[in-house]
Design a protein around this ligand. Structure first.
Ligand SMILES: [Zn+2]
Ligand SMILES: [Zn+2]
Length: 341
């Protein structure tokens, strides 16, 4: 089978791999569509694991079912989550599923950017969802990234009329904008350096769009919030500048949600004095669990969020390298999807 082997961001090659063999409690899925995630574009995050087949936002059709599998049959349309929690450890019992030791160990084999992938037993049992007939394979690739956004918003406890700043209008910023409308947020301010992405965020419901190259985001947010700052700032940009800007935009007593990691060698100077007296809450939100994937699928199926404008570019599997280039370098896109139709 064909698979896109990732060596580095500018070196992704289509290679021939054996179709994964499945055990009695596993299934094989023919990939139909798989989203490109921001984390797929972070070279520092991947460099110790290369070469590998990326892709953790896949949907497809069940092609083979192990002899002991119950509840799935050949031909089912499915989404499979690459990471699943054990549900029994101390972290899981407290609902911190993404911190579960099993979580980051589990994955689909070899990954979503391949003609076929294997779904191991825990992934099958805990977080493989059947896609209803009225949800396309492409839309189903949004289940995982939307799950991440839902988890962050649930943790941040968005209240109706809250003013929110989204730093970074990539795929996550776009989905957050859609969900913030659904959660009843008040003013939604989105900032990014790419005008294409700002325009897209505007169509998805953002009230104010700010390109920091053209105007000061701090001035805009101050003006929009009577000088207070935003109730919630969500930093989806994976860099220190995004974080530091976020700190400046957050009101006293507000929440700064860290939605993306920086490189491990990056540090910022934080003043406990300032944190203490401003009572700004730092709220990291990493990944998503089986809890939010189900909610995401429901929101997509019932059209409570209109996802039609999120996927702006689709590339065939053979052109995975181009898909990555579009998402990482050109950036005139929102969600980029690789398809195997
Ligand atoms: Zn992702
Ligand atoms: Zn666990």
């Amino acid at each position: 089978m064909k698979a896109a082997m990732y060596y580095s961001l500018d070196n992704i090659l289509i290679e021939n791999l054996p179709v994964p063999k499945i055990g009695p409690q596993e299934i094989l899925v023919q990939m139909k569509a798989c989203g490109v995630c921001g984390s797929d574009l972070m070279e520092w995050y991947l460099k110790n694991r290369v070469p590998l087949v990326l892709g953790h936002e896949p949907s497809g059709i069940v092609a083979k079912v192990g002899s002991k599998v119950k509840g799935f049959e050949v031909g089912n349309r499915v989404f499979s989550h690459h990471h699943v929690a054990c549900l029994t450890c101390d972290f899981c019992l407290r609902g911190d599923y993404t911190l579960c030791e099993q979580f980051s160990r589990t994955h689909l084999e070899p990954g979503g950017f391949a003609e076929y992938f294997k779904v191991p037993k825990p992934n099958l049992e805990v977080d493989t969802l059947k896609i209803p007939p009225d949800v396309s394979f492409e839309s189903a690739t949004l289940i995982e990234p939307m799950g991440c956004c839902l988890r962050a918003l649930n943790k941040a406890q968005v209240h109706p009329s809250d003013s929110v700043v989204v730093v970074g209008a990539g795929p996550s910023g776009a989905i957050l904008t859609l969900l913030l409308r659904l959660f009843g947020a008040g003013q939604i301010i989105v900032t990014d350096f790419i005008d294409y992405r700002l325009k897209a965020a505007g169509k998805l419901g953002a009230d104010l769009l700010v390109n920091p190259e053209a105007e000061s985001i701090i001035d805009v947010v101050k003006k929009a919030t009577d000088g207070k700052g935003a109730d919630l700032v969500i930093v989806t940009a994976p860099n220190v500048n995004g974080f530091l800007t976020g700190m400046e935009l957050c009101r006293r007593g507000g929440t700064l949600c860290i939605f993306a990691p920086t490189r491990p060698e990056d540090f910022v100077r934080l003043s406990p004095n300032r944190l203490f007296f401003s009572e700004i809450k730092l709220l990291p939100s990493y990944s998503t669990s089986h809890v939010e994937t189900r909610i995401a699928l429901n929101l997509i199926q019932t059209k409570k969020v209109d996802t039609t404008n999120l996927i702006t570019h689709t590339f065939p599997l053979e052109k995975t390298a181009e898909a990555f280039k579009k998402a990482a370098l050109n950036k005139e896109c929102v969600k980029v999807v690789v398809s195997n139709e």
